[in-house]
Design a protein around this ligand. Structure first.
Ligand code: SF4
Length: 214
């Protein structure tokens, strides 16, 4: 489905999608899978959809797996402990978080932060595809295995992390895909911290290379 949409002429796609994306009301009212009703049992905690945030269009799009508790409570992607780690990685690479478009495969939080299920990813994919078409990124960074496998199931993070690969080259919207570990992994694994820092520092080099090729 993604490949089909990406093959549409760029102008056509943008015209179709501008009205549909609106202010994310489709996501706010979606009942496409059971996750919209997965209420947080803790008093005072909200269960908000997390559409994503950032400039549109945007050169860099970051795609995680699904909202966690802090994200569902605030309605914003990558906040809380792993969000702080992510912000630090972005700063160390010389970027500002506000300059990136950040979203997830799933827009609602799975119970107990379990991994996304295939049927949930399928039900939610059209939102991500709309966002890809609207954001028109040159670089897509995936965080974690599930986000990487949405695009290419052959990716093995242990050997492919931080390596850019061309994606959707025969479409009107080609981009470089860079699979990375999720920043949450660095919270529990000190060695992973250095790996993530090194991978994020490759982004400016890759962008410079893209710029020199255009
Ligand atoms: S996770 Fe996606 S498909 Fe499921 S209810 Fe939320 S927005 Fe709809």
């Amino acid at each position: 489905m993604l490949e089909d949409l990406l093959r549409l002429p760029r102008g056509t796609v943008r015209n179709i999608l501008i009205g549909e994306l609106g202010d994310n009301m489709d996501i706010a009212t979606c009942q496409g899978c059971p996750l919209y009703q997965n209420l947080d049992p803790r008093p005072g905690r909200k269960h908000l959809p997390v559409p994503g945030e950032g400039p549109v269009p945007c050169q860099i799009m970051v795609i995680g797996e699904a909202p966690g508790a802090d994200e569902a409570d605030s309605g914003r992607p990558l906040v809380g402990a792993s969000g702080k780690r992510f912000d630090m990685l972005v700063r160390q690479a010389g970027f500002r978080r506000e300059g990136l478009f950040i979203t997830n495969l799933l827009k609602h939080r799975p119970p107990k932060n379990r991994p996304p299920q295939v049927k949930e990813v399928k039900a939610c994919a059209h939102f991500l595809e709309q966002q890809l078409l609207e954001v028109q990124p040159s670089v897509v960074i995936t965080l974690g295995r599930h986000a990487a496998h949405y695009f290419d199931k052959s990716i093995q993070l242990v050997k492919d992390h931080g390596m850019a690969r061309r994606f959707a080259e025969d479409s009107g919207l080609p981009f470089l895909l860079i699979p990375m570990y999720h920043p949450a992994a660095a919270l529990y694994n000190g060695g992973m911290r250095e790996t993530l820092i090194e991978d994020f520092k490759k982004i400016p080099v890759i962008l410079k290379k893209i710029g020199s090729e255009n």
